[in-house]
Design a protein around this ligand. Structure first.
Ligand code: URA
Ligand code: SF4
Length: 471
């Protein structure tokens, strides 16, 4: 029996080719994965088996086999290399059409493995969630993921295309990968099976991994002192990914069917239980990845307020402060809103306040994050969250602040300048009204103009209050 320790597909390919040329039959070969080698496993030197001259000899394998073998190479099954060699042998001896025999046990196993790898790759594309960590004044995006198979190298190029202009790192138990805007670098996995929470991930990054990428900062002693299990020992059993998968099998399925890997509707992330509360909804939204905004923002900012609220107020999207705090309308626009609510005699605690888009969209200029309007695709992707918020609430009045909310929830052609303050019937509510967004008031330079607009906002809110209490 000849033994070979194989580290990846390329190494298997070279070895298998030479073995095939030397006509070594499959039952005389044992392939061991580099990751799970038997004790004392050593490779038989190929030169012992094959006279050099013969290596040049050739044989053909169907193109589909190469693709199949490449994919199966990412599978975790310890016997994959042997299985591949057996199929290669059969294909190149007397069964050239073997791959068309889907009923053949070997072929069937390979196809199932290929499918599992492809599904796992889609899952990774959809669920990797980056957390921004500032390192040497530069943002670095770090994510943790636990794939079922050894697919990091299969999927990494996708992330390098998608997040080309970012520095990012994906840590996994098997192997980790980093993108420095030019190339992908692979390094050791995080040798634990539990998943760090977002905060623990950041700490782990700062105390250990950041050093790996900055040789000037390596402090071996500090690393040794920091690395021990203390960051990991207290982690919950279930990983983030397991939670998602258990909670949402059919949504995962729906996502896997999308070729891009990124879902396009927030509905894919809804809680599975039909009796959902606003709290469960807010919790589920934390995991939403239905559009790209989640990759850059700090956290989702879901609506806040009692389920029994009579009035629902919808803004555009969280701003800088909201993004950091995790609550709607707590920054400068929030202050204007608070003043207007007070002037209108409304108690904020009795309202449900939310946004059309739940993640902050911004453009980084130096250290500042400047608000950017969400585009139609993002608004559409996020809309199901509002639809569900609305159907969970018992409100009788819906107020849209600004054009984004009004066009998203009332009608695409809604003209705020002309229709502000008028009651309209929307798909959601018979008593819907759009009014000025507090940020638009803040933006006005002219003081008189600003005061007038603020008064209009107050008037509209007062009107909403009267309507809500009369129905
Ligand atoms: N602007 C909004 O539209 N929503 C917020 O939550 C904050 C500012
Ligand atoms: Fe999901 Fe909305 Fe965030 Fe996009 S903005 S990821 S749709 S919550």
């Amino acid at each position: 029996m000849h033994q070979f320790v194989v580290k990846d597909f390329e190494q298997w390919r070279v070895t298998a080719r030479q073995l095939r040329v030397a006509e070594v039959p499959p039952d005389e070969v044992q392939f061991l994965s580099e990751h799970e080698p038997g004790l004392f496993a050593t490779s038989t030197p190929l030169t012992e088996l094959i006279p050099a001259a013969e290596v040049a000899a050739d044989f053909r394998v169907p193109k589909e086999f190469l693709q199949l073998a490449t994919d199966v190479g990412y599978h975790r099954d310890a016997h994959r290399w042997e299985l591949l060699y057996r199929v290669l042998w059969r294909l190149t001896t007397n069964e050239p059409k073997l791959l068309q025999l889907a009923t053949d046990d070997d072929v069937q196993r390979l196809l199932m493995m290929q499918k599992a790898v492809s599904r796992d790759a889609h899952k990774m594309k959809a669920f990797v969630r980056f957390r921004e960590v500032i390192q040497d004044d530069q943002p670095h995006f770090v994510a943790w993921h636990r794939p079922d198979h050894r697919i990091v190298r299969k999927v990494a190029p996708f992330f390098s295309r998608r997040f080309k202009a970012m520095h990012w790192t994906i840590l996994t138990p098997d192997e980790s990968v980093s993108w420095d805007q030019h190339q992908l670098n692979y390094f050791d996995g995080v040798d634990r099976s539990a998943a760090p929470t977002s905060d623990q991930l950041e700490e782990l990054w700062r105390t250990y991994y950041a050093n790996i990428f900055n040789p000037a900062r390596i402090k071996i002693k500090a690393m040794k002192a920091e690395m021990p299990v203390r960051h990991w020992a207290t982690l919950p059993e279930a990983s983030i990914i397991d939670d998602i998968l258990q909670a949402a099998p059919q949504r995962v399925q729906a996502m896997l069917q999308r070729s891009e890997g990124f879902a396009t509707s927030a509905r894919d992330f809804f809680p599975t239980s039909p009796a959902t509360s606003l709290i469960a909804l807010a919790e589920a939204a934390q995991r939403c990845r239905a559009c790209d905004l989640c990759c850059h923002a700090t956290q989702v900012v879901f609506g806040q307020g009692p389920q029994s609220a009579r009035i629902v107020i919808v803004g555009e999207q969280p701003g800088d402060q909201e993004d950091l705090v995790g609550a709607p309308f707590v920054g400068p626009a929030g202050q204007v809103l608070d003043q207007a609510l007070a002037s209108a005699g409304l108690d904020r605690n009795e309202l449900y306040i939310t946004n059309a888009v739940k993640h902050f969209k911004f453009e980084q200029t130096g250290t500042r994050r400047l608000h950017k309007r969400p585009d139609a695709r993002e608004i559409r992707a996020c809309r199901p969250w509002f639809e569900e918020e609305w159907s969970q609430s018992q409100a009788a009045v819906l107020i849209c602040l600004g054009a984004t909310a009004a066009t998203a929830l009332i009608a695409p052609g809604f003209r705020l300048q002309q229709q502000r303050g008028l009651w309209v019937t929307s798909k959601f509510c018979k008593h819907t009204l759009a009014t000025w967004h507090p940020s638009s008031i803040l933006r006005l330079q002219d003081e008189k103009h600003r005061a007038a607009r603020f008064e209009e906002l107050v008037m509209d809110l007062r009107c909403a209050r009267a309507t809500a209490s009369s129905i």
